[in-house]
Design a protein around this ligand. Structure first.
Ligand SMILES: C[S@@+](CC[C@H](N)C(=O)[O-])C[C@H]1O[C@@H](n2cnc3c(N)ncnc32)[C@H](O)[C@@H]1O
Length: 216
């Protein structure tokens, strides 16, 4: 597990997130290419229609966006890391990737689907709740929001991310707390699953939540 060694939201630092991904860009891309998250991408796709407009928050090196666009989705990706965005542009030509904070504003009722695959776990929990309210507004009524995070209870600084000696902010969640936050905002949770992952460098339980914005 990518262990949190210094607890508390006081350790959150966006510059450090950019530096961390500048260091682990290749390692993370190799991990993403293993497609261990493919069941989550497919579950999201099963709720969408051909040509739907999707916002991929914290799109990383573009592997999920590549899969979603190959299945007929119109995807826009945003990521705070210039290195990850540059890899995404190289690997997935034709998809617009924007180097920006995932809190960048969008017009209300714009997207058929929004995904946040392992990206909101780099935000302090208080910020995540505020962002979830915005995500809700950015989606069209009936829109689908999918989020994956890692199971746990701590938030704060992890000083050995991916076993690479890199420091980065991490927030772990229980399924119950995330379902509670999403439901309070108005999202209807339609599926909740988990998956145990083990690599050479870390082991974790991933949580997947599929949700819908009601139509009325
Ligand atoms: C664990 S990676 C996941 C990448 C991709 N979603 C995937 O599943 O392959 C997390 C990504 O979130 C991005 N990220 C972290 N904080 C962010 C923020 N505030 N705004 C935008 N992107 C952010 C990181 O730069 C990184 O590329």
């Amino acid at each position: 597990m990518n262990e949190v060694t210094k607890r508390g939201s006081g350790h959150y630092n966006k510059g450090q997130i950019r530096s961390a991904y500048a260091r682990v860009q290749e390692q993370y891309n190799d991990f993403a290419l293993r497609e261990t998250s493919k069941p989550w991408w497919d579950a999201f796709l099963a709720e969408l229609q051909n040509g739907d407009l999707i916002l991929d928050l914290g799109c990383g090196s573009g592997i999920p966006a590549c899969y979603l666009s190959s299945k007929g989705m119109r995807v826009i990706g945003t990521d705070i890391s210039p290195e990850m965005i540059s890899l995404a542009k190289k690997q997935v030509p034709g998809v617009p990737f924007i180097c920006a904070d995932m809190e960048m504003p969008w017009p209300e009722n714009t997207f058929d689907g929004i995904c946040a695959f392992f990206s909101l776990l780099h935000l302090p929990k208080k910020k995540t709740v505020r962002l979830l309210y915005k995500i809700y507004k950015w989606m069209k009524p009936g829109g689908v929001f999918v989020i994956t995070v890692v199971e746990g209870t701590k938030e704060g600084l992890c000083e050995n991310f991916m076993g690479e000696g890199v420091a980065i902010y991490l927030s772990y969640y229980t399924k119950e707390e995330l379902i509670s936050s999403l439901s309070t905002i108005g999202f209807v949770v339609t599926a909740a699953r988990d998956l145990h992952i083990r690599t050479e460098n870390f082991e974790e339980t991933e949580i997947f939540l599929l949700t819908r914005k009601p139509t009325d």
